[in-house]
Design a protein around this ligand. Sequence first.
Ligand SMILES: *Cc1c(COP(=O)(O)O)cnc(C)c1O
Length: 462
Amino acid sequence: MKYISTRGNAPELSFAEAMLTGLARDGGLYVPKSIPTLSQDEIAAMAGLPYEEIAFRVMKPFIGDCFTDEEFQGIIARAYEGFRHTARAPLVQMGPNHYLLELFHGPTLAFKDFAMQLIGQLFQFELERRKERVTIVGATSGDTGSAAIEAFRGLNNVDVFILFPDGRVSDIQRKQMTTPADKNVHALALEGDFDDCQARLKDMFNDFEFRDGVKLAGVNSINWARVLAQVVYYFSSALSLGAPNRKVSFTVPTGNFGDIFAGFIAKQMGLPIEKLVIATNQNDILHRTMETGACTKAGVTPSISPSMDIQVSSNFERALFFAYDKDGDAVTKLMEEFNEGSFTISQGAMEWLRDQFASGRASEEETKKTIRNEFAETGEVLCPHSAIGVKVANEQLSEVPMITLATAHPAKFPDAVEDAMGARPALPPHMGDMMEREERVCQVPNQLALLETLIKDRIAAR
Ligand SMILES: *Cc1c(COP(=O)(O)O)cnc(C)c1O
């Protein structure tokens, strides 16, 4: 199994190499050269198996010969042992034909733990084998950072630096990033928004001298291994509802397009998925793109669903790559135009995209109303991101069962939830003292050179 860049101009890599590399050297994202499929019998045979076993069978065709079966099973087992629900990703019924997939039972209470815990174990295994160290730099709108820190804290072969937009993450999200005491963890509060964080991260990857000097590795949702980890719960949840003999649809609260792209991969692998619905908040560039065919940046307006406050949706490039029939030059051209602010998708590619994805958006008011109504009708307390999914899913219900991804625990966003429904969701007991723990954080200006110096100094000081 080889991986190629969406811009067609970087070396082909193995799974482990693509994982350690993150962003391709031509600025593109790695995708499998061809997507492996599972037969309907192979899918049916996974019904009722533990999450870890489904994970092994779904991901194995993508890893080539990078790990033995035994090694890979061990990695998966360690990745998910810290989850606080034995089903890992349990389904809850919301209505006659609507289900919620709870992806918030991991250590940081957001779905990002599914990918990050796995990637932590994969990195640890691979770097030990290679006797190498890397510097992980991540940009976060809140949940990626805490998930990355939780996955890599205390590991010998890794320094982890997380850039987050100063003042634009929730208190819990910030605490989760700034309170771990491990020496290899560095939380950096950047003056700017999430797109600034992501842009500086891209700059670091494109500065080859810096990149090679500190052995930079990326764990943002551009990392293929993260997308792959997320493919698994599309299978596990669909199997619970009768796949492959019954089709299901999914609605996915979307920011960077990573989670929903994993759904696309599941479908390409042979999982019978009827509809994949993109749900956005008021920062609705993806919904507008699906409606108009024009992808045009507008400023980010901070919302009560901060993990979706994104205008540059990096994984959308992977969808474009498939929409343009794997034409790396066409994707390169679109991305260059996007750097200037806007690009228009060809009619053929747009038809392909509309065939694969539906879309919807929720305003701030609609999000709050959904939190209030769903609590009244089902007793389920939704986080604002999950509420956006539920609102958009409710518009798309049909005779095919709908699964909405609940991407975070409501207690991660207590102010928004309290404002919406009048009661404050409590943190799970094991996190009860989070707000009292001491913080370590470094405020940084939005300047590449300063950031690079700081990172080099911190590594040298270890
Ligand atoms: C990251 C995140 C999202 C968006 O996921 P993408 O993969 O970036 O589309 C949605 N909800 C929550 C809670 C998140 O942390």
